[in-house]
Design a protein around this ligand. Structure first.
Ligand code: AMP
Length: 130
């Protein structure tokens, strides 16, 4: 069972087609967001439905739908996103205790198909995660 995930070479399910998402609109400033960090390659803004006292999303400006869609040419970009998350955590004073989450695919809870890292902090976290 593959949970509806596209196999290599298959078309994306309707909800995962490679179209610009609401995050593309945030990048293009077509809709507002509470932006906490930006550089040439990425943007970080507060999650509109926070799951922790600090909940920030880091997104690449390049529109990669899922982590599974990244490839070798994205290697430096992926490293950049993780280091940007580290920098945002420091900026927000949560560098000693934060959780970095990527939901990859609808079956794992991904709802916006523009790659994003969740930074969650400010409350206890259970393991294994729910
Ligand atoms: P995921 O479920 O991993 O795809 O995460 C998508 C996240 O985007 C959720 O936590 C939503 O609350 C958040 N989100 C959706 N729309 C917006 C928005 N316009 N501004 C900020 N966060 C958003």
């Amino acid at each position: 069972m593959d949970g509806g995930e596209p196999r290599r070479g298959q078309a994306y399910p309707r909800e995962e087609r490679r179209v610009s998402t609401i995050f593309g609109k945030i990048i293009r400033r077509e809709i507002p967001a509470n932006i906490v960090y930006e550089d040439d390659l990425c943007l970080a803004f507060r999650d509109v439905n926070p799951q922790a006292p600090t909940h920030v999303l880091i997104i690449p400006k390049k529109e990669i739908p899922r982590l599974a869609d990244a490839n070798a040419e994205d290697q430096a970009l992926l490293g950049h996103l993780v280091l940007a998350a580290n920098q945002v955590a420091r900026q927000l004073g949560v560098e000693n205790a934060y959780r970095l989450v990527v939901n990859n695919g609808a079956g794992a809870g991904q709802s916006v198909f523009h790659l994003h890292l969740h930074i969650l902090a400010g409350r206890p976290f259970r393991w294994p995660p729910g």
